[in-house]
Design a protein around this ligand. Structure first.
Ligand code: F3S
Length: 802
């Protein structure tokens, strides 16, 4: 329902001014008519005046007007209802008196004139005039120009209060102590603001003269608007946005009814939505012509009729399968939800048409009052029920999101909802994405049980292929796992440094070393020479596959992504053990490990052998160490030499033999001094012994050198073997990756082929159905034709009988 305010539109003062101009326009002696400023705050009406030849001037044009009048031109100048500044008005009056061809049409509203008079009479000696009104408003400027003494104007009570307290005026408030204060208001002032101001003025000024100069037209308009706003769903205020009284009217209504709109004319109605408002009030500012109010009312009535027709159409609308509808949830049960479709039909969506997750709880996914968009799949007009499917709408809408994720290479997360032949189905926002078994991330040859175990789990995957026309997507969990693994590997390589210690399981053994799993998909190798301090022939002598060992990084090649590891430590070095356990001249129990012509090698600590020179085995001459010692014998020996640089130990059994009585001198001599006898030409036997000993030492050195060379050669061979084996490993990995890629591509092709086969099957089935139908129809036609023929023959036979 639309209610138009009784006090809407042109007030008495504005109507008086417009009527005066209209009359003048029809008078023959008007000459050229000008308004001093815009006649009213209504662009439409002002344009209408312009069209009829009425011009607009400002105070600055008055001299020019005078010149033209002097020249004999007939001119009429109209002063609008707001009034004008006293000096300007007096200039115009002077022209009016002076020139017969000039006419002043002073349309200042009588109410405004009254305020101007009050201002003049209540200012001057011993008086101070206060006006509640905005300084820049033409009416206020006109009134204040009439003062005969001091006065001030304020837009609001707060502004007056601040001035009175000396807070906001650069000149400060004058001392009003003995002055008679008079207070009045702009004619269109807001009533409430006026009341508030009076309250303040009475409090701070002694017996102020109060002039209630608010125009009763304004008062009635505002009071009526406030009452209407309180009883309406919406209020439309018509008027210019630059009009003071319209703005005040809008403010009053808006404070009471939030759905208040300010429009200038009927065309602005298209900008506002009144469709949900039943009771609408219309009011208008003092400068709004009646024609504009009537046009607005007419347009609103038309809109309401259209809305009503639309609502009627909606209520009559029948639903059809395939329609997409929006409804509001009215109830939720375990298996279905009901929707208000606003068309005398209840929408029903069963669980599987709401979500692809059978375990989802509907009351956790939805709540009463939610809006849901769904597709109609079946309608029962008799029961007033429409069966709907939300998943189809979701799927359509979400398909684009899946395509975008594919294009952006985004990782998606979805629940695995089904295991099908050859893989699993993931659900993302109701879009089903097929993940082939080979791309599930399960190891090759995973059983059906393993694949079924994925159902119900949430997985991250990437969409690796899209079939736009069939809305099919192929996903890969493996692609995500591969990315994650690479990211971890990259992190590992970014931080790994020589000297870092890791604990890892031995993954495999080769002839040249052991590969250790360092985690994050990175393996390192411990070369055989780094496994033990003693010479070993195979890494299995030290570690086995599966052993968890502590290793440290010996070298890193981040570019080639290779790490060499160390396993043996300084503390496990036999020389370290030996030097920490024994010192020179200590006696040790040693084990004979080999016999040479020049002496016997004996193990002092595991991995550290010493030599007992043949001359240091007994206190008498022997032809071979084997005469006294056997491999495996454990004997006591004195440590008589430690060569740290070359890691060599000299032992002597002879040094521990007590000297015999008959050989006291020899017995008294220290063992190592006794061994190399002093060369003397007088002692050919010693000379001979010395020569033999030197030769034996030389042989020993040669033998040791040969041993070193052999070791070096062996190490070199091992290095070469190791490098070759690494190359083989790399090649294997590259081949494995290629094989995987080929497999992935093959899997995708197989999926495509399956899909194509499925399409062909559907087409063939459709064709067969059609062919059957056509054949059945043909058979029916033949049957009917045959029956007709039989009838004809029968009729012919019967006819001939007759
Ligand atoms: Fe006059 Fe009142 Fe109108 S003062 S111009 S009648 S609003």
């Amino acid at each position: 329902m639309i209610t138009v305010a009784k006090h809407a539109g042109f007030c008495f003062g504005v109507r008086r001014a417009t009527d005066a101009v209209e009359r003048k326009l029809t008078s023959a002696d008007a000459g050229k008519i000008y308004t001093l400023g815009k006649l009213i705050h209504n662009d439409g009406y002002n344009a209408h005046l312009r069209e009829r030849g009425v011009g607009e001037i400002s105070a600055a044009d008055i001299d020019d007007i005078e010149r033209r009048v002097e020249g004999g031109e007939r001119i009429t100048v109209v002063v609008r209802a707001h009034g004008e500044i006293k000096e300007v008005l007096e200039s115009l009056k002077m022209l009016d008196e002076k020139y017969e061809s000039f006419e002043l049409l002073d349309c200042t509203c009588p109410y405004v004139k009254k305020v101007r008079q009050i201002a003049a009479e209540n200012s001057g000696e011993g008086k101070f005039f206060i006006l509640l009104g905005a300084k820049e408003h033409p009416e206020v400027r006109g009134i204040m120009s009439c003062l005969n003494g001091d006065g001030a104007s304020f837009a609001s009570c707060d502004e007056l209060e601040a001035w009175a307290n000396g807070k906001n005026d650069e000149n400060g408030a004058p001392d009003l102590g003995n002055l008679q204060i008079s207070i009045a208001a702009q004619t269109t002032q807001n009533l409430n603001e006026w009341k508030k101001t009076l309250k303040f003025a009475k409090k701070v000024y002694t017996n102020p003269f109060i002039f209630d100069t608010i125009c009763n037209v304004t008062e009635e308009r505002q009071t009526e608007a406030a009452h209407l706003a309180a009883d309406s769903d919406a209020v439309v205020v018509i008027g210019s946005r630059s009009s003071s009284n319209t703005q005040k009217l809008y403010g009053i209504c808006k404070a009471i009814c939030p759905d208040t709109y300010l429009i200038e004319n009927a065309s602005d109605l298209s900008e506002i939505d009144l469709s949900r408002s039943e009771n609408i009030s219309v009011t208008a500012g003092a400068s709004t012509p009646l024609s504009v109010i009537q046009e607005v009312e007419h347009t609103m009535n038309e809109q309401i009729t259209e809305n009503f027709e639309e609502m009627l159409d909606a209520s009559m609308k029948t639903l059809n399968p395939g329609d997409v509808v929006v409804g509001v949830i009215t109830s939720i049960s375990q298996n279905e939800i009901h929707l208000d479709l606003g068309a005398k039909t209840t929408g029903v969506i069963v669980h599987e048409k709401l979500t692809d997750d059978p375990s989802a709880k509907l009351d956790e996914l939805f709540k009463v009052g939610d809006e849901i968009k769904a597709k109609v799949i079946k309608v029962s007009d008799i029961e007033g029920i429409a069966m709907l499917d939300k998943t189809r709408v979701d799927s359509d809408g979400n398909w684009n999101a899946i395509v975008e994720a594919h294009e952006a290479g985004e990782i998606l997360e979805g629940k695995i909802v089904d295991a099908v032949k050859g893989g699993v189905i993931a659900n993302v926002k109701s879009v089903r994405i097929f993940i082939p078994a080979s791309l599930t991330g399960l190891p090759r040859g995973a059983s059906d049980e393993d694949i079924h175990a994925l159902v119900g789990t949430t997985q991250k995957f990437k969409v690796i292929e899209i079939k736009e026309e069939r809305k099919r997507a192929l996903g890969s969990i493996r692609a995500v796992l591969r990315e994650e693994r690479r990211a971890k590997e990259d992190a590992f390589w970014a931080q790994v440094e020589v000297g870092q210690i890791y604990e890892g399981a031995v993954k495999s053994l080769t002839n040249y070393g052991a590969f250790v799993d360092l985690g994050e998909g990175v393996d390192g190798m411990v070369h055989m020479s780094e496994l033990s301090w003693r010479r070993i022939r195979h890494p299995s002598e030290v570690v086995s596959v599966g052993d968890v060992i502590k290793v440290f990084v010996k070298g890193v090649d981040k570019e080639k992504k290779r790490i060499s590891l160390g396993y043996k430590t300084e503390e496990s070095d036999p020389w370290y053990i030996f030097t920490h356990k024994y010192s020179l001249d200590d006696v040790a129990t040693v084990k004979i490990v080999s016999l040479m012509q020049f002496g016997a090698f004996a193990e002092v600590v595991p991995g550290a052998d010493g030599l007992i020179h043949i001359s240091q085995i007994t206190d008498h001459k022997i032809a071979s160490p084997a005469e006294v010692l056997h491999v495996g014998d454990e004997v006591q020996a004195k440590i008589v030499g430690i060569d740290n640089e070359n890691r060599k130990i000299s032992l002597s059994m002879r040094a521990l033999i007590e000297p015999k009585d008959e050989e006291p001198e020899a017995a008294a001599a220290p063992a190592e001094e006794a061994a190399p006898a002093v060369f003397s030409t007088d002692n050919p036997e010693v000379y001979a012994d010395f020569g033999i000993e030197e030769a034996e030492k030389a042989a020993e050195a040669v033998e040791e050198k040969a041993e070193d060379v052999k070791e070096t050669v062996e190490e070199k061979v091992e290095d070469i073997k190791e490098a070759a084996a690494e190359k083989v490993e790399e090649a294997k990995e590259a081949v494995a990756d290629t094989v995987e890629e080929v497999k992935e591509a093959a899997a995708e092709k197989v999926e495509e082929a399956k899909a194509a086969a499925e399409d062909i099957k559907e087409a063939v089935v459709e064709k067969v159905k059609k062919t059957r139908k056509t054949a059945a129809k043909k058979a029916e036609e033949v049957k009917e034709a045959a029956a007709d023929k039989i009838e004809e023959i029968k009729d012919a036979v019967t006819g001939s009988d007759e």
